[in-house]
Design a protein around this ligand. Structure first.
Ligand code: SAH
Length: 211
């Protein structure tokens, strides 16, 4: 494990004694399931080309923090509806000297920054339809949204095809387990037309009534 990721593990697990950031307490397991898994998209061309990245529903900073460490030349916004975990991220980013991480305390539905990100990533936040409504409005035309999903999400992905289209997306690829992906598959959606301004709907609606 590279030193900086060791430090990240140590700092997060320290905080975890006070605030529940992750269920995983063993450093090796933490590395596999949180760090290596987060980094599994770094060889994708959609990732490499991105300059401005949003991690939506980042929780304790995953996948955003490991990605920000790996790519100091990119800017990362880590957003979550729950503020206390963002304080952990701010503290850890400060200790690690990361200059490319900004946290935003907001629900996806309330954050006004449409069509501004080259890439939006999200892990373990919502079903594919709801998640598309959260994420796609933030993606620039020609940019991408990558969802970290589990193998068993194929049905959920199929059920989201209408939502993806309504939001201006187009399924580009479902990429199978890259190295270190911890069983995740990557749903890669390209933004091909603007998201209609009525999306995302008001807070709570995308999860209660998925498109
Ligand atoms: N991505 C992290 C955390 C997953 S837990 C990881 O993989 O470890 C899901 C997170 O999504 C929670 O922190 C929750 O607060 C956040 N979340 C759920 N719905 C959201 C919404 N509508 N807007 C912003 N954050 C949301």
């Amino acid at each position: 494990m590279e030193n900086i990721y060791k430090l990240l593990t140590e700092y997060i697990l320290d905080w975890n004694e006070k605030i529940n950031v992750t269920a995983i307490k063993d450093p090796e397991e933490f590395y596999e399931k949180n760090i290596k898994d987060s980094l599994a998209i770094t060889n994708r061309p959609e990732y490499i080309a991105a300059k401005k990245v949003l991690d939506l529903g980042t929780g304790g900073g995953f996948p955003g923090l490991p990605l920000a460490i790996s790519s100091p030349e990119k800017d990362f916004i880590l957003m979550d509806a729950v503020g206390k975990k963002l304080k952990v991220i701010d503290d850890v980013a400060l200790k690690l000297g990361l200059k490319n991480v900004t946290t935003v305390h907001s629900r996806a539905e309330d954050y006004v920054s449409r069509e501004t990100f080259d890439l939006v990533v999200s892990r373990a936040v919502a079903n594919m339809s709801t998640l598309s409504e959260y994420c796609l409005p933030f993606v620039k035309l020609g940019g991408y949204f990558i969802a970290y999903k589990t193998e068993d999400a194929k049905e959920e992905i199929a059920a989201a095809s209408n939502a993806i289209k309504l939001l201006g997306g187009e399924l580009a690829e479902i990429a199978d387990n890259g190295e270190g992906s911890n069983g995740h598959i990557f749903v890669i959606i390209k933004k091909v037309s603007p998201s209609p301004s009525k999306y995302p709907r008001k807070a709570g609606i995308p999860s209660k009534q998925p498109l």
